[in-house]
Design a protein around this ligand. Structure first.
Ligand code: SAH
Length: 470
């Protein structure tokens, strides 16, 4: 019998979505994070959770077949961002395809639907147009760090100056920012004590246009600037600090073009990038990216697909599944900056987008106008609520919800429209299958499905499915 604290060794049989390695030791199944199928590993057994045994990886004793030894990202084993950096891209695709297919088949046993496979990302390195770095320390009390969370850690940060999934410009901005604040001994925000100043560095760099938007997120706590004893705010000091940082960023020799440098204040207790107040330090607080021949304005707090080249494949796939929309009215639910709505508007009678974040809706309206589209409109609000207010019946519904999927209360309202076909785009297959069950109960059958790898080297997978009403 395996018990907590035991050191075990074994071969990883498979990895379940999103990052759950499975191995069997003494006829008992255990799950271990951050491993690759075929690796022979040593791990320490944790306590049982929900009847399942978990273990924590200690060491990889033998690599998986095909796993690379050299030319692997230097941050790989530390950084919590990627899990497949050491594996050739083809092998990554095989794992992800198996994961999605397995999940879909759990709802549709026997696979009685068309499976169109997993489409690769056109770019596998430096593909991301957005990165959210956190300030912290590498170890408690250590130097200021800026980058990603350490694997499995809530507090420790790994400085990721050589990150391979973002453009070198982004790495340069990260490094310069870190050095600037290290040199001035500026404290980072400590999540437990709720004290400190530096929280996140958000860098967005459009792949097509090369435009860059940099956002420094801090608290409003500036007391430390005046020394320990004095607790009055001294705004001029903060101003100097920020203008010095701005000059540092402006002086960098970047390949792309700086569209703007902004400062966001966020005093919320939750560890998320959130906007309490934003000031522009340089340029403007938005930038443009191009997808499928259209231009999209992106603002700091609106959602935009993080892999631009991959997004083109994703939207092309969605468009193919959506099919002929001539003379049809389409609802684009969870519309973000209105990308899908606009791609469809060119070939539909009318498209109505619904999106929670007002800033994104404003951007969507502007984008549609700039792209010369007059037949799409956008409504700001919760899909669950807006569905109650819309009286018009669409011909087709496109769903592209956030990671948690469709809110169970919103689902019956979507089903109630009784459209013939629904195209569901999902960034988390485990949420998708939960929703597929609900849709099946509501009379919708999945007829085809396909995945697009929007997130090379990481555990993420995007899936598009078409559903028909029985
Ligand atoms: N279709 C868009 C955005 C998809 S991401 C694109 O391809 O770019 C999901 C979007 O749903 C985000 O913009 C998020 O702000 C929005 N959202 C989250 N919860 C929502 C809700 N309850 N109602 C409406 N929109 C919501």
């Amino acid at each position: 019998m395996i018990k907590k604290g035991d050191i075990i060794e074994g071969k990883v049989e498979r990895v379940d979505f999103p990052n759950k390695g499975v191995l069997t030791v003494d006829e008992e199944q255990l799950t271990v994070k951050n491993v690759i199928p075929g690796q022979y590993i040593r791990a320490v057994v944790n306590k049982r959770r929900k009847g399942k045994r978990e273990a924590r990886l200690l060491e990889v004793l033998h690599r998986a077949p095909g796993e690379r030894e050299d030319d692997v990202c230097p941050h790989f084993t530390q950084c919590g961002g990627c899990i497949y950096q050491s594996l050739p891209y083809k092998e990554q695709l095989k794992i992800k395809e198996g994961q999605v297919k397995g999940l879909l088949d759990s709802v549709y046993p026997g696979g009685n639907y068309e499976w169109h496979g997993l489409k690769p990302s056109p770019l596998t390195d430096r593909y991301r147009n957005k990165m959210e770095f956190s300030f912290g320390d590498e170890v408690k009390g250590g130097d200021l760090a800026l980058g990603m969370h350490r694997r499995g850690s809530f507090y420790d940060i790994v400085t990721t100056t050589d990150c391979r999934i973002v453009h070198q410009d982004v790495c340069q901005i990260l490094e310069a920012t870190l050095k600037y604040f290290q040199h001035r001994k500026v404290p980072f925000y400590q999540k437990l004590q709720h004290v400190g100043y530096l929280r996140h560095l958000l860098v967005r760099r459009a792949v097509k246009t090369g435009e860059i938007l940099v956002d420094l997120v801090t608290t409003s706590q500036t007391e430390w600037m005046a020394g320990e004893e004095k607790y009055e705010k001294i705004p001029c000091l903060e101003k100097e600090l920020l203008s010095g940082w701005r000059e540092t960023i402006c002086a960098l020799d970047l390949e792309g073009k700086l569209a703007g440098i902004i400062h966001t204040q966020n005093d919320s207790l939750a560890d998320v990038v959130q906007n309490d107040r934003t000031e522009i330090l340089y340029g403007q607080d938005f930038f443009y990216e191009e997808l499928l021949g259209m231009r999209f304005k992106i603002t700091p707090f609106s959602f935009f697909q993080t892999n631009s080249a991959g997004a083109e494949v994703l939207y092309e796939t969605a468009r193919e599944y959506i099919g002929n929309t001539k003379d049809k009215v389409v609802f684009d639910l969870y519309s973000g900056t209105g990308t899908i709505a606009q791609i469809l508007a060119a070939v539909a009678k009318r498209v109505v987008g619904v999106e929670l974040v007002e800033e994104a809706v404003e951007a969507a309206k502007e984008n549609a106008a700039e792209n010369g589209l007059k037949n799409c409109s956008f409504i700001a609000g919760d899909v669950g609520k807006v569905m109650d207010e819309l009286t018009e019946k669409p011909d087709l519904i496109v769903l592209d919800p956030p990671r948690d999927g469709i809110h169970p209360k919103a689902m019956p309202k979507i089903i109630r429209f009784g459209v013939e076909r629904i195209v569901y785009i999902s960034c988390k297959p485990t949420s998708l299958i939960r929703d597929l069950v609900l849709l099946q109960e509501g009379g919708y059958q999945m007829v085809k499905a396909c995945s697009v790898d929007m997130f090379p080297h990481t555990g993420g997978i995007e899936t598009v499915v078409e559903l028909r009403r029985l």
